[in-house]
Design a protein around this ligand. Structure first.
Ligand code: 4AD
Ligand code: MG
Length: 478
């Protein structure tokens, strides 16, 4: 009867009235053969379980080791200990699973994040990762709630696809053909028509193009799923497998798109603040401890919670790409040659440029619009100037690009012309072009990188620490 247990979070929020309760969890520490700090993953706050001296036999006490799993039934009583309202006076203790403390890789002390990345299979059992992944869960839930409340349809776009939505060619190939001796065409190239899918396929880099099919029927859809990019970048912001949320809206222009993205980001942050106050407080403290290691001048002005509060209460800055380049060209950083990469109209801004804009210049999230068409995807709507497209990227302090989006090119002639210029074969995207053939409408959408959002909310510096099983170059053990 496992469902008779109470979760420790719920128990800690109740009043101690000598009620009988059963809890189950893992031992964090066991002191003086008397006090067990028990954790069940519902909160970072451990339940203190008190064993009356002499009541339990020695053999059982020996088996209460760090990370052993227990079932404890007892009486909930007020606690005299500091910082805890109640504790559980044990009547029965049952060992569900033993743990050899000598071999258990985690000690009851603070481990470095690097160390924990190597122990990724156990790191959920630490306070830091407990907090991060409960917040990640809340954000995911808030995302569905936000779009559901607005009447968007959740569309499941394919993972295996033949399309390269971003045209960037960073795809993982998927094939059922044998590697050692695949069927070949006369010219020696692999014959993908013999494949299970009848053609060359890859893991999706974005669900957007299929999302547009949904939006031009349902009006408003969103996707929320795994996305794959075979880019060989080892940075604190890139994963080979990440999750993306892609809303797509018919009857929507660039401004509507920006308004929705801003409202959405503010909503999900506020949701986490309202539902994960304990975990955010834990991470706030953690960051403050980290900041103390830095020289005064480099410490951030706001703590994690103040930062989140600020972002939910203030409008994002909105500037054009051309204005952004002008700001960079006039910046002290540029004049003192502090940028590693070149700054001029037409560049794809590097993270140092984006971070200058948000962290030094505006000190808030910034939406940059109307990028040069050369550095953006084929589907973005062309502006009247002939040089720019109706794109928008949202840049966040500490992260850089967190959202990429645009109004889409709904005019068939302009779209096919651009595809030709970019050598994208119209035959392969016939199904996509049908949206423009049969009742085309102005429409727009964006993609939020979920892990970058989780990084922003938790304040974690490395993207590998906000996804359960990070996939980065040479890293896919389990
Ligand atoms: O800017 P991106 O490439 O845009 C698209 O894929 C569009 N189809 C979105 C749309 O309009 N529906 O990616 C969108 C976001 C980025 O802003 C970034 O936050 C995240 O996805 N992202 C990554 N996150 C982690 N690791 C990577 N390798 C990422 N690449 C993009
Ligand atoms: Mg982008």
């Amino acid at each position: 009867m496992f469902n008779k247990r109470i979760k420790i979070k719920e128990l800690l929020n109740s009043e101690p009235q000598e009620q009988q309760e059963t809890v189950m969890g893992w031992v964090r520490t066991f002191r003086n053969n008397q006090f067990i700090a028990l954790n069940d993953g519902s909160t970072n706050n451990n339940l203190q379980v008190v064993l009356e001296l002499g009541k339990f036999d020695e053999d059982l006490l020996k088996r209460i080791t760090t990370s052993a799993s227990l079932k404890v039934t007892g009486t909930v009583i007020p606690s005299l200990g500091k910082g805890q309202k109640l504790e559980l006076k044990a009547d029965t203790v049952e060992i569900l699973g033993d743990s050899d403390a000598e071999k258990y890789p985690l000690q009851p002390k603070k481990h470095s994040l690097e160390f924990l990345r190597e122990k990724a299979h156990l790191r959920f059992r630490t306070n830091t990762f407990g907090a991060i992944f409960r917040i990640r869960h809340s954000l995911a839930f808030a995302i569905h709630k936000f779009f559901n409340d607005k009447g968007f349809v959740y569309l499941h776009t394919p993972i295996v696809t033949a399309s390269d939505a971003e045209g960037a060619g960073e795809m993982f190939r998927v094939t059922t053909l044998p590697f050692d001796n695949p069927p070949r065409l006369d010219d020696g190239s692999v014959d993908f028509t013999e494949d299970f899918f009848g053609r060359s396929t890859n893991l999706t880099v974005s669900g957007q193009l299929e999302g547009e099919l949904g939006a031009t029927a349902f009006g408003e859809i969103y996707t929320f799923g795994p996305t794959f990019r075979a880019e060989n970048s080892n940075t604190a912001r890139h994963l080979a497998e990440f999750w993306m949320i892609e809303p797509e809206m018919a009857f929507c222009d660039l401004e509507d798109n920006m308004n929705l993205a801003e409202e959405f980001i503010q909503y999900i942050i506020r949701y986490a603040m309202d539902h994960n106050a304990d975990d955010l407080e834990f991470l706030r403290q953690r960051l403050l401890d980290e900041e103390k290691q830095k020289p005064q001048a480099e410490r951030s002005e706001l703590d994690l919670i103040q930062k989140l509060q600020f972002v939910t209460e203030n409008k994002f800055e909105r500037i054009t790409y051309t204005e952004a380049i002008d700001i960079l060209l006039q910046s002290p950083a540029y004049k003192k040659k502090k940028f590693q990469y070149e700054v001029k109209w037409g560049i794809d801004m590097q993270s140092e440029h984006e971070r200058y804009l948000v962290e030094k210049h505006f000190k808030k999230p910034v939406i940059v619009t109307n990028y040069p068409k050369e550095i953006k995807a084929f589907y973005m709507r062309q502006n009247e100037d002939g040089k720019t497209v109706a794109a928008m990227d949202i840049l966040a302090p500490g992260i850089g690009e967190i959202v990429g989006g645009s109004q889409r090119e709904e005019r068939m002639d302009k779209l096919t012309e651009r595809m030709k210029e970019m050598h994208i074969p119209a035959e392969e995207l016939w199904w996509y072009l049908d949206t423009r053939r049969f009742g085309t409408v102005p429409h727009a959408g964006f993609g939020l990188g979920f892990e970058r959002m989780v990084q922003f909310v938790t304040g974690m510096g490395n993207i590998r620490d906000v996804i359960a099983f990070p996939r980065t170059p040479k890293n896919a053990e389990f």
